[in-house]
Write a protein that binds this ligand. Structure first.
Ligand code: 5GP
Length: 353
C-alpha cells in the first residue's frame, strides 16, 4: 500500500455528477423541499436497487440514475457544493481506512481532470454552470485540477456547438478548461454532426477524449468514425476490434475503469479484460476509478452489503483500482512494481495541457 500511495497518479475519467459523495447527495435531497417528491422517491428506489446487489444488468442501467441526481444539482450553490466535495474527495486525505486495513489515508490522486456536461437549468445558463464549476476547480493549483467539458450524445448539434464555443471562449479567457469529452448513453444520438465542433476545439488547443466502444452493440461504423476525429484519449474502448485499433492515430491513451467494467458487465473477468491487450502492446493507458463504481460500491459498503473485511471497500478508491494491478491472480493482474509505476506515470503523461 505504501508503494501505491507513493505513486504520483492522475484520475482522468471522473464525471462530476456521478462522483458526488453519497452524504452530499442525501444532504442536498433534504435541503431542497422544492424537489418533487417523486424525484426523491426515485433516488430511494435506485438506492434500494443498488443495495440489493453489486452489479447492474448492464451498462445502460447507469443512465437513468442521472435523471434522479440532476434536480438536486441544478442551482449554482448546489453545483459549487458538489464540485467542492468531489474535488476534496479526490485531492484531500479525508477518508478513514476500511476496517481491517491500517494504511494512513492519503489523497486518492495527485491530479484530477474533472469532466461535466454544462446544463442550462431554470437557475443558470450553461455559461454560469461552467464558471461555477471552474471557480471551485481553480481553488486548486493547475498541478492538481482541471476541467473537461462533456458533450452529451443526446444533444442537438446547436447545443453541442454552444458547449464547444463556451469551452473555447473560457479557455481563451484564461480559465482552466483543458479538454472536450463525448459522453452519454452509447445507444443514443447521432454524433457525426459533432465532428466539426470537436475539431474546432482541438484547433483551439483543447484535448479530446471520446467514450467509445463501451457496449458491444454500439461498436460499429461509429467507432471507426470517432477514431477519425483523432482523439487524444479514449474512454473505455472495451470492444474495439483489431480493425479499429489499426486506425489509431498517435496512440490515444485508453482510460481504463476496471471495477466499473465488471459492475456494468461489459467485461467478465480480469483474464478477458482489454487492459491485457494494451499492456502487452505497451500502449498508453490511465487507470481510473470511474465514478459510478465508487458510488455504488461505497453504498454497498455503507449498508453492509459488503463485508468490510473484504477487499471490496478497498476497490472503491483509485488506490484500490491500482491494487488490482499489483495483486496476484485471481484477485489482480500480478504486475510487477516497475510496471505499475510505469502505468501511474502514463496517467500523468496523458493529462491535457
Ligand atoms: P455530468 O456530466 O452530468 O457531470 O456527469 C454525468 C453524465 O456523465 C451522465 O449524464 C452521462 O452522460 C455521462 N456518463 C457517466 N458515466 C458514463 C459512462 O459510463 N459512459 C458514458 N458514455 N457516459 C457516462
Amino acid at each position: 500500500v505504501d508503494f501505491l500511495q507513493s505513486l504520483p497518479k492522475a484520475e482522468l475519467h471522473a464525471h462530476l455528477n456521478g462522483s458526488i459523495p453519497l452524504q452530499t447527495l442525501v444532504d442536498l435531497a433534504h435541503e431542497r423541499p422544492t424537489v418533487p417528491v417523486d424525484t426523491t422517491d426515485e433516488i430511494a428506489e435506485k438506492i434500494a436497487i443498488l443495495r440489493s446487489g453489486l452489479t447492474l444488468d448492464g451498462i445502460l442501467d447507469f443512465f437513468p440514475l442521472f435523471r434522479a441526481i440532476y434536480p438536486l444539482t441544478s442551482t449554482p450553490s448546489a453545483l459549487s457544493r458538489i464540485t467542492r466535495d468531489v474535488l476534496d474527495s479526490f485531492l484531500k486525505a479525508q477518508s478513514v481506512p476500511p476496517a481491517g486495513f491500517t494504511y494512513a489515508p492519503v489523497p486518492e490522486c495527485t491530479y484530477i481532470e474533472l469532466r461535466t456536461t454544462p446544463r442550462a437549468t431554470a437557475h443558470m445558463s450553461r455559461h454560469t454552470y461552467l464558471t461555477t464549476v471552474l471557480d471551485e476547480v481553480e481553488k486548486f493549483s493547475a498541478d492538481q485540477a482541471a476541467l473537461i467539458v462533456s458533450i452529451d450524445r443526446r444533444m442537438s448539434e446547436a447545443d453541442a456547438k454552444e458547449c464547444v464555443d463556451l469551452a473555447i471562449t473560457l479557455r481563451a479567457a484564461g480559465r482552466r478548461v483543458v479538454g472536450l469529452d463525448l459522453c452519454g448513453d452509447p445507444e443514443k444520438g447521432d454524433v457525426v454532426t459533432f465532428e466539426k465542433h470537436f475539431k474546432r476545439g482541438k484547433d483551439a488547443g483543447l484535448g479530446v477524449t471520446l467514450h467509445i466502444a463501451e457496449a458491444k452493440a454500439s461498436t460499429t461504423a461509429e467507432s471507426l468514425a470517432l477514431l477519425g476525429w483523432r482523439p487524444d484519449r479514449l474512454g473505455h474502448a472495451t470492444f474495439l476490434s483489431d480493425e479499429h485499433k489499426a486506425l489509431f492515430f498517435a496512440d490515444p491513451c485508453i482510460e481504463i475503469c476496471l471495477t466499473s467494467n465488471f459492475i456494468t458487465k461489459t467485461v467478465q473477468s480480469l483474464e478477458s479484460h482489454h487492459i491485457r491487450y494494451y499492456l502487452a502492446n505497451d500502449h498508453p493507458i490511465a487507470i481510473c476509478v470511474r465514478v459510478e463504481s465508487r458510488f455504488i460500491l461505497s453504498r454497498c459498503a455503507e449498508i453492509g452489503a459488503v463485508d468490510t473485511d473484504d477487499t471490496l471497500p478497498f476497490r472503491t478508491t483509485l488506490l484500490g483500482e491500482y491494487a488490482q494491478l499489483l495483486a496476484k491472480p485471481p484477485l489482480g493482474l500480478g504486475l510487477r512494481h516497475e510496471q505499475v509505476r510505469r502505468i501511474a506515470a502514463m496517467s500523468m503523461e496523458a493529462r491535457f495541457k
